[in-house]
Ligand binder design. Structure first.
Ligand code: NAD
Length: 253
């Protein structure tokens, strides 16, 4: 049997790049989507996946464009003859206090962070056979907590577990499982952005308040995504798993 194939959106940076490498180490071939014109170099992921011994196809795509999402799922199938895993990781984070939020800002956020997940899974489902798995990246912002000045992000991320629960039921007859991952604070380009997120100093400070004493690594989230995709989690579907170093279970001080 040929090696399985994973489609990962937002694969040129952060958690997406780490997921690509983690899959490669398990012998999974990678099709990575990246946003053209974005700040991240897809060659970085390509090189690391190939160094880990797996084939890799990196393709420009935009999760707000259904045609482009269909195209990458179709390209994955054309190139490798199968599609086993779909990882909806691409995401946008912007700061927008409610009184200043435009309809455009709200709609863009929902379009990328929630509808983009649906588009990724919809296109992948057209090429996946019997079996396989889908994993979406939610956030403790919305998935657990509220986050001031980020209500559009939290609303989108809160929608992700509901989408996954429903698809878990809908796709179960095909043997396709669907789960969400809810990361806490993970050091990536997104969280290092001091304008829209915590930035390096904010992360360092926040890490001290996390029970495990630090923020998370992208590779740690990637390991969970791989676990939820593989046969080790064959009876887990429709779940949302928090990975946050204990942040959301600590006693408030
Ligand atoms: P990141 O900014 O490195 O990754 C996000 C990726 O999505 C980028 O490569 C970006 O180019 C891509 N992207 C953005 N808009 C896109 C679009 N329209 N089409 C295709 N790709 C697009 O940051 P990250 O932290 O690795 O983010 C990965 C996911 O994890 C996101 O969904 C994010 O919201 C989520 N998340 C991150 C954290 C954290 O602390 N870093 C916490 C919780 C959830």
């Amino acid at each position: 049997m040929s090696q399985p194939v994973a489609l990962i959106t937002g694969a040129a940076s952060g958690i997406g790049a780490a997921v690509a490498v983690a899959f490669a180490r398990k012998g999974v071939r990678v099709v990575g989507g990246y946003l053209a014109g974005g700040p991240h170099d897809p060659a970085y992921t390509q090189r690391r996946v190939e160094e880990a011994g797996a084939e890799c196809l990196m393709m420009p795509m935009d999760v707000t464009d259904s045609t482009s999402v269909d195209a990458i799922a179709g390209a994955a199938f054309d190139r490798f003859g199968r599609l086993d895993y779909a990882i909806a990781n691409a995401g946008l984070l912007r700061k927008a206090p409610l009184m200043e939020m435009s309809d455009e800002q709200w709609n863009e956020m929902l379009d990328v962070d929630l509808t983009g997940v649906m588009r990724t899974f919809r296109s992948a489902s057209r090429y996946m056979g019997e079996g396989g798995a889908m994993v979406a990246i939610s956030s403790i912002a919305g998935g657990v907590y509220g986050w001031q000045d980020h209500s559009h992000y939290a609303a989108a991320k809160a929608g992700v577990p509901g989408l996954c629960r429903s698809l878990a039921v809908e796709l179960a007859a095909r043997g396709i499982r669907c789960n969400a991952v809810i990361p806490g604070l993970i050091e990536t380009p997104q969280s290092l952005d001091s304008k829209n997120s915590l930035g390096a100093d904010g992360l360092a400070k926040a890490g001290k308040g996390i029970p495990l004493g630090r923020v998370g690594r992208a590779s740690e989230v990637a390991d969970l995504v791989c676990y939820l995709s593989g046969s080790e989690s064959s009876y887990i579907t429709g779940q949302s798993i928090i990975i946050d170093g204990g942040l959301t279970v600590r006693w408030p001080e």
